[in-house]
Design a protein around this ligand. Sequence first.
Ligand code: GLY
Ligand code: MN
Ligand code: MN
Length: 433
Amino acid sequence: MDEAARQIYAARRRRFGAQLGEGIALLPGAKLVRRVNDVDHVFRQQSDLLYLTGFAHPDAVAVLFAEKLVLFVQPRDRDAETWTGRRPGIEGAVAEYGADEAYGIAELPARLGPLLESAPSLFHRLGEDDALDRLVIDALRGIRRRERLGARAPRTLCDPYEIVHDMRLIKLPEELAAMRRAQVITRDAHLAAARSAHPGAFEYELEAELAHVFRRFGGAGPAYPSIVATGQNATILHYTENTSELCDGEVVLIDAGVEYEGYAADVTRTYPVGGTFRGAARDVYASVLAAQHAALAAVRPGSSLDEVHDVAVRSLSAALVELGILAGGLDEILGESLYRRYYMHRTGHFLGLDVHDVGSRFVGKEPRALLPGMVITVEPGLYMRSDEEGCPEAFRGIGVRIEDDVLVTEDGCELLSHEVPKELSDVEAWMRA
Ligand code: GLY
Ligand code: MN
Ligand code: MN
């Protein structure tokens, strides 16, 4: 990590630390997870620890005070590093990552008690990491045993994630730079996949095009398993088998985005196999597109994810009547949530280091107001299962979703994924070009 990056993380920690008072915060990192026998999944650091330290190695715990970072990390180990890769170790945690103190992770049980003893409040989220919970309980018990001798355990238990998640909701300039780069890579990946959407191609071939571009331009890979769902597979919201053959006349839904410097893109387009929207799929697509335009127009400071969702639901419900898929009045369809048979997910979520990023939809019981600097997705869709008996035959087995990534600005919003076309003729032209 260079000096500029160290300064960026130090500034984030100062903002975090300013809310700790005299307290101490514990943030456990991710551990390696076994995939098969003696092979692990690719490591991905826990996003809050990453946000505050940039430290991206397994088995770390960050201990934060108002003005101090203590990192517990895997120490250097010649044999282990020969097998599984370089480690910054204790020295690197200080020199490279700007920790004020660093220790081997094996020292945490012995050092936790003295660290906790110095703080009136403990910021630790119980239930996230069982092993760390155990250490905390043992350390507190140890301190209390000595209370008659003057020792004093923290009196209050607070949630450190409340602080860091509020910070993560508003993207900083350096975060937006990474997110914009993720959009460029994702655009190129969608283009490569869309141009491979010929009758006779298989979904995995399109997935391979996505994966190639993601890695080719420096991404970590897909931010979530790429969904390439042709025909009726698109009515399964998180379909990831990607094994079917594309057939002429159907549409293929691609929900895929790169992870770049930790940040996710999350973009869905639904492409006509062979390059031309036809028949019922064309009508469904036009309806979802209209709903998406309406929902995007509701993204501005002071609005909310709920408000954006309600706009999309109203537009989709009206379209379901117009297409002859639902019968009845709009009030009844909305009041009894009849649209849910064909639109069963929310219209958007926060986006950032996590694809479904942190930040509750609510503040207390009220919908959270959107603020400049927040990034959300807007992703309405319609999904008519092939076994949906109430649905006219022509629409069965069609799934369409259109998903953009949107930055809330002072006076509205900016479409980060605007370079991936979605108007019918623009999509067709893009696939042909
Ligand atoms: N790719 C998951 C989602 O759109 O939320
Ligand atoms: Mn999404
Ligand atoms: Mn998505």
